[in-house]
Ligand binder design. Structure first.
Ligand SMILES: Nc1ncnc2c1ncn2[C@@H]1O[C@H](COP(=O)(O)OP(=O)(O)O)[C@@H](O)[C@H]1O
Ligand SMILES: [Mg+2]
Length: 279
């Protein structure tokens, strides 16, 4: 099988997990290479195109989705990417009974909360995402107004401060089977405002360590996958403890999540096997 691992111009060799994945696939008899999604590649030359470090998609969403539609064999598939690249999918999951981070959608005014987050519905790597306190009404209002003026769907959420101690848990699944989990340290600092971002530094602020998920986190992840599109090659489920301590969904990443493969020895073989089953 010939595979393309779709990446972006800033990361021509793919992300940090790509070399080990290419080697694992080679051992199974498959030829894989990193290919930029917006380059001149002939996508029908590949038996399968795996969406990975296409991290510049969030500022070029229409172009990215048109590309996804044009690729004959894409994982995850184009229709999943269309649903998942806009965080309004959280409303669908919330309506299906999944506990999601409480969210005000497109509010005109700032909330009364002491500590809250403003972010656009189309984003990755905490782009245009900031944490604000009640004392920061002026810059917060400017942030809200700017995102609205750009035509973004704006999300406003209470800052879930359990993330400062427990961190965020990311659970990674291949073909619906749990593979591994990691802890992500908190990213948003009080008083920092909106941080500038560079396309190839999506995860520069992320501090990752391996973590064994709790029973409650695994149970919630199963509930989320049951409510999500079916037949996903990969899924990453990001959970934070909510106000009562039980986990809530921050993000279901089906597009181009870092999979943190090198944090678990079984992860790369697991993904390579799942890819092999798709041929
Ligand atoms: N409501 C929230 N409470 C606490 N931290 C948050 C909240 N929303 C976002 N964050 C922080 O910002 C980061 C990025 O936000 P997220 O919703 O995951 O968007 P994306 O990763 O797609 O940019 C999270 O990893 C988390 O550290
Ligand atoms: Mg995230």
């Amino acid at each position: 099988m010939r595979l393309a691992i779709a990446t972006c111009a800033a990361l021509p060799e793919g992300d940090e997990d790509t070399p080990a994945l290419v080697a694992e696939l080679a051992a199974l008899g498959h030829r894989a290479e990193a290919v930029r999604w917006d380059g001149p590649a002939r996508w029908d030359d590949y038996d399968l195109v795996l969406v990975r470090s296409t991290w510049d998609y969030s500022t070029r969403l229409a172009e990215f989705l048109a590309w996804a539609d044009s690729v004959p064999r894409l994982e995850n598939r184009a229709e999943v990417l269309r649903w998942n690249t806009d965080k309004r999918y959280l409303r669908d999951l919330g309506a299906a009974g999944v506990p999601v981070v409480p969210t005000l959608w497109d509010p005109v005014e700032l909330p009364e909360w002491p500590d809250y987050v403003i972010k656009p519905a189309v984003s990755a790597g905490a782009r245009d995402t900031a944490r604000w306190s009640a004392e920061e009404a002026a810059p917060a209002a400017e942030h809200l107004a700017r995102l609205r003026a750009e035509g973004q769907t704006v999300m406003v959420q209470p800052y879930l401060d359990a993330v400062d101690t427990a961190g965020e848990t990311a659970l990674i699944f291949f073909d619906g089977e749990f593979s591994h989990a990691v802890r992500k340290a908190p990213i948003l600092t009080a008083g920092a405002g909106v941080q500038p971002m560079i396309a190839d530094e999506k995860d520069a602020r992320e501090q990752i360590t391996p973590r064994a998920p709790s029973k409650a986190e695994l149970a919630l992840a199963a509930q989320i996958l049951a409510a999500a599109p079916k037949d996903l090659l990969y899924a990453r489920i990001d959970l934070i403890p909510g106000p009562d301590g039980s986990p809530v969904l921050l993000e279901l990443e089906l597009t181009e999540p870092s999979l943190f493969l090198h944090h678990a020895p079984t992860a790369t073989p697991h993904l390579a096997q799942a890819l092999t089953r798709r041929t």
